[in-house]
Design a protein around this ligand. Sequence first.
Ligand SMILES: *[C@@H]1O[C@H](CO)[C@@H](O)[C@H](O)[C@H]1NC(C)=O
Length: 295
Amino acid sequence: MVSSQPCLLCALVLLAFIAVSSTAATMMQNIEITGGKPTIRNGGNVVDLRLEQSSASGFQSKQEYLFARVDMQIKLPAGDSAGTVTTFYMSSQGNAHDEIDLEFLGNETGQPYVLHTNVYAQGNGKKEMQFYLWFDPTAAYHTYSILWNPQHIIFYVDRRPIRVFTNKQAVGVPFPTSQPMRVYASIWNADDWATQGGRVKTNWANAPFIASYSNFRAIPCPSSSKSPLCGQQPSAPVSATSSSGGGNGQGLKQVPTVDDWTRKMTRLLQRKYMIYNYCADVNRFAQGLPPECSN
Ligand SMILES: *[C@@H]1O[C@H](CO)[C@@H](O)[C@H](O)[C@H]1NC(C)=O
């Protein structure tokens, strides 16, 4: 009996290993290249997007999602990256589209990148918030995530929430609830606006600019999901319009709330690292701030 125990353990470990390796897809199995000639490394788990004067490059997820949690590890172009924009975002197709953006605005050597975030719902954007990062995003991979569920859109940097955009349909603010989105990544030249308001141009002598993406993961988060990664709050109000197919979060009757940790961490990080908040831009919204900005 005693001698058979190690073998039982071996068998269990082996079984677990087989189960994990057979379900683990490489990043390349979940995406398709949409432009340029990226380098694909590490058995399909790292994609190096290249920006040259003659070509930008990008990829997109094969699947579309109606609510999801997506994570990507990204290492940004080092040195003089002024004028470049490296992106990781979700978007639906067609008119009145929905979009959730993370964009990294390059800078001169030694100057900080800016993380630009935005949300579009039914074609309405103008909800920008910008941040400095608390690390050098060119020195190593860091994990950037979007959680999109019927209650909130939450942006994370290394699993810390930096921004929460809450579903306030209850007070008439559009929120993406019905158009499936794909995940996109790209690097492109935006030297007409990106760096120091467009004053600093891309120096093509430094091309190619390479952004490395790794370990893309997307977890569908339908409104019925109980996965902790989907982050739905148990106290959430039920969808008023939920019918046979399950609610899609449209027509939430109350404004949802986030948990304490998320609220406190977001507030802390915004106090320390946020450099632009559309909700504080009274000159831009001279007619009054958008309704979601109150409270
Ligand atoms: C670039 O560096 C300048 C100077 O430190 C800073 O003001 C700016 O926010 C940085 N980022 C961009 C995208 O211009």
